[in-house]
Design a protein around this ligand. Structure first.
Ligand code: SAM
Length: 248
């Protein structure tokens, strides 16, 4: 059977489509895309004429079977989303599950993802983190979700759109407190790329005060609950230094 290639595409800067991704998108029989118009523009930019197939949340289950049949018949296909890595807050999970269940090879073409890009510049603890994707749109459900995360020790990563960034930050201040260190990564790899850091209250004030800071696409990162790991190490050393004089 053919291979299903899962291809990451740029989250802003078109220069981030890797040469191997370009070649794969040229070589496959068809490309499954969330929004064929948007992906068509990307492909046109690279002079890639491979046919596109619409695959979105609503038709994924039904169309997955047809795609798997084509793979089993020997065709290789690719999956892309509008931006970044497919399946990360984007369609594809059902298709990949169906392909794997059918014994079809699924191979990644890794590349941009807003969550990893944001984490890589945030300067927050990054050895462990929890990706929460989008918060619920309904205020009550959103507050409940945040409340449930208040004691989470890992760095939290959220996706947010310009419509709700101000409300989301206000709810985070309520759930996690004014002082919690956080980072707002906006428009990564694009013209107005901005990475703001501070505590949640400071970031909320900044976004409230400056309309430009509410425009575009956002990743919000919040340091986990509990003592700062470094603070613990420093306190431990201090205690040891004090005790040392008293030890035999
Ligand atoms: N699959 C994508 C990925 O791998 O990052 C995410 C798709 S999700 C539908 C879109 C969300 O990702 C946006 O609302 C925003 O939270 C985040 N995002 C995408 N591009 C971004 C960028 N250039 N800068 C900041 N956040 C971005």
């Amino acid at each position: 059977s053919g291979t299903l290639f899962i291809v990451a595409t740029p989250i802003g800067n078109l220069g981030d489509l890797s040469p191997r991704a370009q070649q794969t998108l040229r070589d496959v029989a068809a490309i499954c895309a969330e929004d064929t118009r948007r992906s068509g523009q990307l492909l046109a930019h690279f002079g890639i004429a491979t046919p596109l197939l619409a695959l979105h949340e609503h038709n994924e289950e039904a169309i997955a079977q047809k795609i798997v049949a084509r793979l089993q018949a020997g065709e290789s296909l690719a999956l892309v989303s509008d931006a970044g890595t497919p399946l990360v807050s984007d369609p594809g999970f059902r298709l990949v599950r169906a392909a794997r269940a059918a014994g079809v090879k699924v191979s990644p073409l890794p590349g941009p993802s807003a969550l990893v890009a944001a984490l890589s510049v945030a300067g927050l603890p990054s050895d462990r983190f929890a990706f929460e994707g989008f918060l619920p749109a309904k205020p009550s459900a959103r507050r409940e979700r945040l409340q449930a995360l208040a004691a989470e020790p890992r760095t939290l990563i959220f996706y947010e759109s310009s419509h709700r960034i101000a409300e989301a930050l206000a709810d985070m201040v309520q759930a996690f407190g004014d002082e919690r260190p956080a980072v707002l990564a906006r428009e990564l790899t694009k013209l107005f790329e901005t990475v703001l850091d501070g505590n949640l209250a400071q970031l909320q004030a900044r976004v409230e005060a400056d309309g430009d800071q509410r425009k575009g696409e956002f990743v919000v990162l919040v340091q986990g609950a509990g003592e700062d790991a470094d603070a613990k190490v420093i306190e431990g050393r201090r205690l040891y230094a004090r005790l040392k004089g008293h030890l035999p």
